[in-house]
Design a protein. Structure first.
Length: 252
């Protein structure tokens, strides 16, 4: 039987397919290790028992970890972006740049489609990526360079704390898609920064919402409150993938 997770889900050069396969394999092997499972269990226990927030020790532990969005989630994200014709995308949490490659492929291909359709060269789009760890940002840039210009040419990486960098000049007026693949306390503040730019129909994906439900409480309460303008459902990928669409003014 054919694999349900395969390269046929995305349009990319053989070099990019090979790079993605290599990066996902490296990330998966880290995530499946006993030490990483133990780290997540300890984090959840510390939160439940002592309300311990994410801190510098956790950042230190994660500095050399991919924690990449799984391949099946990346593929559905790419297809959503292609279907929606998304041009301006924000990624909260870039790490070594794996999910960013899918976002950049989709945006680059959407730009090319729209240029062909409109017969104009003025159409543009980009992926705003965000990473606070300099060593992770450097490796992400290396991976994008390896992918080539079809990927690297579409990405603007904002280095530093995204609560600052996403408020800086040069943001697109309208955002079509937001990926929240970030430590859970950052999810709601990030959404609140980007919300004024969301177009009606913008898609927001947040990763691991069932696995980390208690840690996502504020975000999930917000997104489920009809007054805030989102329609939302959890897609049953591993760990849960919350998919929301910004549809203000449509009531309950
Ligand atoms: C789950 S990982 C992202 C994985 C990435 N989306 C992928 O699929 O390859 C989350 C990343 O967010 C970064 N991060 C955490 N807090 C941040 C902040 N305040 N500003 C920018 N980046 C942050 C972490 O350093 C980490 O690399």
């Amino acid at each position: 039987m054919a694999s349900l997770v395969g390269p046929s889900a995305i349009s990319a050069s053989p070099r990019v397919h090979a790079l993605l396969a290599r990066l996902h394999a490296a990330s998966e092997s880290q995530e499946k290790s006993l030490s990483q499972t133990w780290f997540y269990l300890k984090r959840l226990a510390a939160f439940y028992l002592f309300s311990t927030p994410w801190g510098t020790a956790a950042d230190d532990h994660m500095r050399d970890k991919f924690v990449a969005l799984e391949q099946d989630k990346c593929q559905v994200m790419y297809l959503l972006l292609r279907s929606a014709g998304a041009l301006n995308v924000v990624e909260a949490g870039t790490s070594f740049g794996v999910s960013t490659i899918y976002l950049a492929l989709a945006v680059g291909q959407n730009v090319a489609d729209q240029k062909a359709l409109l017969g104009r060269s003025v159409v543009s789009g980009r992926v705003i990526a965000t990473e606070k760890e300099p060593s992770k940002a450097a490796l992400a840039r290396k991976h994008w360079a390896e992918a080539g210009d079809e990927v690297a040419g579409v990405i603007e990486l904002r280095e530093g704390d995204l609560l600052e960098t996403l408020k800086m000049d040069g943001m697109p007026d309208v955002v079509d898609f937001l990926l929240l693949d970030i430590w859970t306390p950052m999810a709601l503040p990030t959404l609140q920064i980007i919300k004024p730019r969301l177009k009606k129909g913008a898609i927001i994906l947040a990763d691991n919402t069932s696995m980390a439900r208690p840690l996502y409480k504020e975000y999930l309460d917000y997104i489920h409150d009809a007054a805030n303008g989102f329609k939302t459902t959890e897609v049953p990928y591993s760990g849960g993938l919350q998919m929301s669409v910004y549809l203000p003014g449509e009531g309950i």
